[in-house]
Design a protein around this ligand. Sequence first.
Ligand code: SF4
Length: 332
Amino acid sequence: MDSLIRVENLIQEFPVKQGILDSYKIKGNKLVREKKAVHAVNGVTFEVYPGEAFSLVGESGCGKSTTAKTIIRLLNPVSGHIYYRDQDISQLKAGQMLPYRKKMQMIFQDPYASLDPQKTIKNIIMEPMLFHKTAKTKEEAEEKCMELLQKVGLRPEQASRYPHQFSGGQRQRIGIARALAVEPEFIIADEPVSALDVSIQAQILNLMMDLKDEYGFSYLFIAHDLSVVRHISDRLGVMYLGCIVELGSKKDVFENVAHPYTKLLFSAVPTVGEEPIVPPVKLEGEIPNPINLPSGCVFHDRCPDCREICKTIRPQLKEIAPGHKVACHLFE
Ligand code: SF4
């Protein structure tokens, strides 16, 4: 099947502000200027297929949200390619991106901050419809807005209220309705339930999955909660220090965990009355500073299986079973 989104060797960095004295180093007998950067995304490659839910997982700071923001072009990539179907959108200018802005929408983590407090719910949902012309008239936009509110579990008579008059879960429902207003094909959901009360997380996730089945769009979920990832994903990629270290279907990754870091991540998942996904793994050291990435495998400083080759040569993602890829020298 052809992919909807294809990301190839994506790199994202943020320059670090340095004093003039810090930025010069003596190399050999020369004074050279060194620019430092936070290496947030380091050569990420993956695809999202039509109608699927793909998740990026990893600890905070692993680069998953930055990857998502770069794909949707809230950030410009330093290098690499982002394909929407066959069109490379990685270097498109703002005007050229407009048709893709309509096809790609984002649901944000914080439903409190992502809705304009000055606008009624009706205006929040109708505005993108009129801007992107998914409704030709105000009347049509209003009619669609009322339908959408019902789809996400709200009542049409709530349309004239303001965001502060809703609970957290209701605001996330409004955020979902706003994303759907332009009939997108691809939705990035950045930790969409992590700011919500545990008791309503499942309701919102179930709503999101029902809407995907009804409308047929694809999700890129950004998540650190593995129970959420297991519930919603068709496929997933595990990230560490801006790199994808394991990629595969939910079954591949959860039932045949391969990469030492994925084992570590899964071993930290608390289980009540069930066998753990993998036995506990002892982890040494701390996550390295993304300004000074380790040579070779980015996980080598902490990996219990580290070999000599791991310290100098970065492993590439390789298929170990159909569709299941791992970046680790143990599998070469
Ligand atoms: Fe560990 Fe080496 Fe595999 Fe990296 S490449 S995860 S250091 S065994």
